[in-house]
Design a binder for this molecule. Structure first.
Ligand code: G16
Length: 542
């Protein structure tokens, strides 16, 4: 069926926009309660088709997920032809199309986008889509399919799957040399590289994986089969069909925010055994272990970045490529001050606002860009030039050849399109195996400054506007000045306030030289935010 605005109008009447809601394409697409998203998802199907037409019929991805958010939330985001987040200029189109009040207005908005972007609607369009395990996902995908059909596009359903797999499928469909564009292609590319990287190393001890009761379980179970006895995965929190279980007191966001072991894992880890948590769509990863004193120790995105970046720097040197390949890292304001210090002593470090799209973009400026948010979302990018350098390099010794092979296998193991909890997990396991580290040695790379993340429910999070990579507030007026005065009273104190892009809250981060001070600083700033913004009577913190 060719693109036709009458078809769109007819199907749009079955997906009316609720009058009350204003939607905004935020940090990770649209996110709100799942039962508010029918019209948005229908329209995103149309927008994805238009984007594909604009990009010479290359496949565009759509993922229906709310990732770390509570189970009743859902969301939708678009994935660009190279498997990256949607280009920023189209976020505006997404927001406009989502907020058209009537079918007539929607048709006008679509025509406007076609005109200003100059889209040839006679071109074919391809849209690859998937969803996580949320209960609202099935009906939202039905709405998405209506949108794709209304726009005359070829829709390819990847079913219930992880966000990083959709990113992989989009890239592999559009770039033939990236990998086979199937789920099997994804698993074999990653696990084959892993097996080569750990060949000849001592047997790796079993790893416990908290699957957050989400789609990560389905993917982790497949990875487990592909790995065979190379690495034994013990899968926990696997109840994908239990109502209310998703991300509930488990998963990467719970572990990072509460700095605790999920209660469901109590007694399941022996001292020093490694464990890790995925989030609701398996794009984030946090490691942990219980030390000899039975204390919980967390190894977050900053620790992953430090482990991985220094490993790659050493491999580049061992391959005889120092001077030709420069490794850099990208962090956000949430990065623990100790991690920034550790990394900055060894390689360049950039700070950007929260959101994978910012980190990914900044990482592209390095030959090898290692980016991880503290919350465990990240990956490593090898530039096109670097890939060519690796292919052309002629090692002078067997040791250089081995190091070169390792780097080439890392480019295959790592999902370079986006943060991928399972690929990142295997990457961590490779580095630990090569370094002969347990969690203890890894943890001792540096000591985290005590920190606390608090969320505050306010009437209008948009009243909070930041600058300087979200490290300072420009609005509400004078609040930053009061924060600056308070933070001076704390030894090693650092704090910032920013509106969340995925939840209706304002986040407060604080660190200081002691736990008591970090907590005190965070809760005092949260109090200021609450008072300033006329918070909801149910002040919610974590
Ligand atoms: C999303 C983004 C991440 C971001 C996180 C929290 O993660 O992809 O880049 O760090 O939200 O964002 P905020 O603090 O603005 O709510 P996910 O895993 O939920 O897709």
């Amino acid at each position: 069926m060719p693109f036709n605005l009458d078809n769109i109008a007819a199907l749009s009447n079955q997906h009316p926009k609720p009058t009350y809601y204003q939607y905004q394409y935020g940090t990770a697409g649209f996110r709100t309660l799942g039962d508010r998203l029918d019209s948005v998802v229908f329209r995103i199907g149309i927008l994805a088709a238009l984007r594909s037409m604009k990009h010479n019929s290359h496949a565009i991805g759509v993922m229906v997920t709310a990732s770390h958010n509570p189970e009743q939330d859902n969301g939708v985001k678009l994935i660009d032809p190279r498997g990256e987040m949607l280009e920023a200029s189209w976020e505006v189109h997404a927001t406009t199309i989502a907020n058209a009040r009537t079918t007539e207005e929607l048709v006008n908005v679509i025509q406007h986008i076609i005109d200003v972007v100059n889209i040839d609607t006679t071109r074919p369009a391809v849209v690859i889509y998937g969803r996580d395990t949320r209960p609202t996902g099935e009906s939202l995908v039905a709405a998405l399919q209506d949108g794709i059909r209304a726009a005359g596009a070829d829709g390819r359903d990847a079913g219930i799957t992880t966000t990083p797999i959709i990113h992989y499928l989009v890239r592999a469909t559009n770039s033939k040399d990236f990998g086979e564009p199937t789920e099997i292609g994804y698993y074999t590319k990653m696990t084959d590289a892993f097996k080569k990287l750990v060949a000849g190393r001592p047997k790796i001890s079993p790893l416990l994986v908290d699957c957050a009761n989400g789609v990560g379980y389905i993917a982790a179970d497949k990875v487990k089969k592909y790995l065979g006895d190379t690495l034994s995965l013990i899968l926990e929190n696997t109840s994908t069909a239990t109502a209310g279980a998703l991300n509930n007191s488990c998963g990467a966001d719970y572990v990072k925010t509460t700095q605790r072991l999920p209660p469901s894992l109590n007694g399941k880890l022996t001292p020093v055994q490694r464990g890790c948590s995925l989030d609701g769509d398996a794009d984030r990863l946090i490691y942990f272990y219980i030390d000899e004193k039975r204390q919980f120790r967390m190894l977050d995105g900053d620790k992953i970045a430090s482990l991985v970046a220094t490993f790659i720097v050493d491999l580049v040197r061992a391959a005889g490529l120092q001077g030709q390949i420069k490794v850099g890292t990208v962090q956000t304001a949430y990065a623990n001050g100790s991690s920034t210090k550790f990394l900055a002593q060894r390689l360049p470090v950039k700070c950007v606002p929260t959101g994978v799209k910012y980190l990914h973009h900044a990482a592209e400026s390095f030959d090898v860009g290692v980016y991880f948010e503290a919350n465990g979302h990240g990956t490593v990018l090898f530039s096109r030039n670097t890939q060519e350098t690796l292919e052309k390099h002629e090692p002078k010794t067997p040791a250089q050849q081995t190091a070169l092979n390792h780097i080439i296998n890392l480019t295959k193991l790592i999902n370079q399109t986006v943060g991928d909890a399972l690929s990142d997990m295997l990457l961590v396991e490779v580095v630990l195996a090569h370094r002969s580290y347990t969690g203890v040695e890894w943890d001792s790379l540096y000591t985290d400054l005590p920190n606390r993340l608090v969320k505050v429910v306010v009437n209008d999070r948009n009243a909070f506007v930041t600058t300087d990579a979200e490290r300072r507030l420009v609005s509400p007026p004078l609040l930053q000045q009061r924060i600056d005065e308070l933070v001076l009273k704390y030894d090693g104190g650092r704090t910032f306030v920013r509106p969340s892009g995925t939840e209706d809250v304002v986040r407060v981060y604080a660190e200081a030289s002691t736990r008591v001070q970090a907590d005190d600083l965070a809760y005092r700033i949260a109090g200021m935010v609450y008072d300033e913004a006329g918070g909801d009577s149910t002040r919610r913190t974590s």
